[in-house]
Design a protein around this ligand. Sequence first.
Ligand SMILES: [Mg+2]
Length: 117
Amino acid sequence: MDEDTYISTLKGETARFARERDWEKFHNPKDLSMALAVEASELMDLYLWDREPDREALEDELGDVLHFLLEMSNATGVDLSEAFWKKQGKNEIKYPADLVRGRADKYSSYKHNREGR
Ligand SMILES: [Mg+2]
């Protein structure tokens, strides 16, 4: 289904959902960013204490995170695909594969070594 679903379709659906409930007036960037963080926390909660979430709970929380990400995009006018590819380009430069492959340590530690300081 991901293969044949456009982000714009999902953005339209979240906008329709909010409009039909007269919730657009609540959907300012500050509150939407908080709602996104709350949903991300609910996703983390599924894994707390090494629990293994059931598939439906995982799908529900991923859906909630995506929902508020899409709402945030609607409220701010940020084009998600453009933002993704722009940031992806920055990440390619920030995390050169030959330098970071297999490493999980913090960016600053290998940046420090790379610059020879
Ligand atoms: Mg949730």
